[in-house]
Design a protein. Structure first.
Length: 132
């Protein structure tokens, strides 16, 4: 299972915002800290905002903040917000076996996918940012 760069950066943005404890953070600060272009961050933050995960304020004292506490935002919600479809799957693009459900490889892939999605639904931002 491999996350796309967009999915990785979306989790990074959310984790950085979670570390701010309700204070607003600019995309420039995130970009400088992690070597990600501001244009790319804007693309991703727009998706997170549309999904209701972040809130934006422009001007002096502006920036981005999470709309909920980190304990209320799961990794799955973040992945779903930036996925190319609303049906986020680590195994997207895999052909369905014509013998399904008798096909063992298909059952194995479905079990892996189900486990991954369950795990992502249970991991929250506060768990990601905890140290030690």
């Amino acid at each position: 299972m491999k996350l796309t760069r967009q999915e990785e950066v979306s989790i990074l943005i959310a984790a950085e915002l979670a570390l701010q404890d309700g204070k607003r953070l600019s995309l420039v600060d995130i970009g400088v800290s992690h070597g990600v272009s501001n244009a790319y961050l804007k693309k991703i933050i727009r998706l997170l905002k549309t999904a209701g995960i972040v809130d934006a304020k422009e001007g002096v004292g502006g920036g981005y903040v999470l709309t909920k506490r980190p304990a209320e935002i799961s990794v799955f919600q973040i992945l779903q917000a930036v996925g190319s479809t609303k049906d986020v799957s680590p195994l997207s693009g895999i052909r369905t076996c014509p013998l399904y459900p008798e096909c063992l490889p298909q059952r194995i892939r479905q079990q892996i996918e189900s486990t991954f999605l369950t795990y992502c639904g249970n991991v929250t931002l506060d768990q990601i940012i905890k140290k030690g």
